[in-house]
Write a protein of this length. Sequence first.
Length: 166
Amino acid sequence: MSAIAATGCLLAGFSAPILAQNNSGLTIFSGVERPNQLGYYLDFGGNRDQRDRYRLRVPSDKMELGVKTFAISYPDYYDGKFDVDSVEVVAEGQSIPIDEVVWNKPDRVLLIYLADPIEAGKSVELVLSNVRNPRWGGTYYFEGRAAAPGDVPLPRYLGTWIVSIQ
C-alpha cells in the first residue's frame, strides 16, 4: 500500500509542473495586481527556443469600449520572434478580419489593426501562431493595450499576461 502511495505522489509531482507551464496558473508574487493579470495558454508547452502558439485572452469585463487596435508590448530581455502573418483575433468564438499586423522591434510592441472594430463587452483571444520562444527560460510580462475607433485613438491598459517559458 505504501508503494502505491509513493508512486502516486511521484507521478503527481512530475505531472503538475508540466501542466502549469502551458497556462497562466496561479501567480502569487508578480508586482501586477490580481485584477490586472490576464490569462493565456501556450499550445506547445512554452519550451525555450521552440516554436509555439500564444493564446492571449482578454475577458469581456476588460473590454469596456469597442476596440479597433490592440498593442502588445514586451520586455527588452524577451528575444523571441513573432510571425506577423500568423496572427488571429477571435471574439466570442468568431475570427475577426485584420487589416495589418506591425511588429515594431525598436519599441518592443506588436500592433494589431482590425478591419472592423470589436464591440464592447466581448471576450477576445489574440492568437499568435508560429512564435519562436526566447532562447532563455523565464518570466516575461506582456502588457496589453487597446485603442477604440475614432479620430484620436488613445490606447488604454487592458492588463498584463505573465508568460512563463521553461
